[in-house]
Design a binder for this molecule. Sequence first.
Ligand code: CS2
Ligand code: MG
Length: 402
Amino acid sequence: MKITDARLIICSPDRNFVTLRIDTDEGIYGLGDATLNGRELAVASYLSDHLLPCLIGRDPFQTEDIWQYLYRGAYWRRGPVTMAAIGAVDVALWDIKGKALNTPVYNLLGGQSRQGVMVYSHANGRDLSETVESVQKSIEEGYFAIRAQSGVPGMSGTYGVPKGGKAYEPAERGLPAESLWSTEKYLRFAPNLFEKLRVEIGPEIHLLHDVHHRLTPIEAARLGKALEPYHLFWMEDPVPAELQEGFELIRKHTTTPIAVGEVFNSVWDAHDLIRHQLIDYLRMTIVHGGGITAMKKAADFAAMYHVRTGCHGATDLSPVTLAAALHFGLAIHNFGVQEHMRHTALTDEVFPHQYTFDAGYMHPGTAPGLGVEIDETLAARYPYQRAYLPVARRLDGSITDW
Ligand code: CS2
Ligand code: MG
């Protein structure tokens, strides 16, 4: 089998997506997701201008050799743009391999290791009571793992809480929106949120929370300690993760489990975090982490240190990535949880898929390959529109981490 063509489908059904399609001389094609929220066209150029010409004529079954060729052959390694591009190629090749062998991709990764993939939903509210209601709605929908994000008293808005009751989508068209952040207000409020949630919903539901890179290690240690009575499933991205040794300080003070890595694009970004057992869940995801080939290696390394996966799965990762993540999560042994931020109905229409949700679990389906398609005619009706993630400033006006 030979690769005969590789091209991008860039569309914006409610939000921007970059999808790679690779065609072969046997009529089988594969899809990969190359979406990097707020920097979509950088990845599109890296693929179209640099990687795709190198694929023509290659054997799509050679996933390992092609991954190494694209990674080592670039000379300039790693980074979110590079690894999202390599990830898109890799996932499309696994899709082709599954279709050619007439088997779902999970069968190529070790087979079905569990009945289903436990997923967590997004619950949020502008204030405590709205957030409690939103968590209760997720429970009614069948989730038993739920991320809770709430507006903070005294702050006009915060991460994870939509404006005006719409579904939460952080990237906004036009220039970057600016938001204000107060660590003091947040640290005073967050423990109250989870105390109230435990009173309202009891101890069984897995509660997760995303700090979104906003604290210093000692502040994160304080928060983790304060949240211990509420037994969170995880506290996510407590600090910006460049300083891996900073997590030693957090670990010294709290047993609240830590999840990190959605902004990582290589296992090297988490090497010390994993081998020193400074985290409990690795959030790196298939699209940004270099594809299935890379994520399988990262998961196997993490398994040696009791670290489980908790792959990122926001709506800025397309249904192609969600499908790939479900195949991956169904097969690997040290699976932890998969994020399930539901795409809009229009996005789902553009990306018909086999995966299903039932009673807190998802399954990728048994179709050969990934079990996801793209309706190119419909996609063409929603052209790309530049959009940016917000920028955050402290109350004194200085830039902080959004
Ligand atoms: C968040 C994301 O899902 C999460 O855990 O951190 O919503 C993140 O903000 C977006 O994916 C950024 O594009
Ligand atoms: Mg996050």
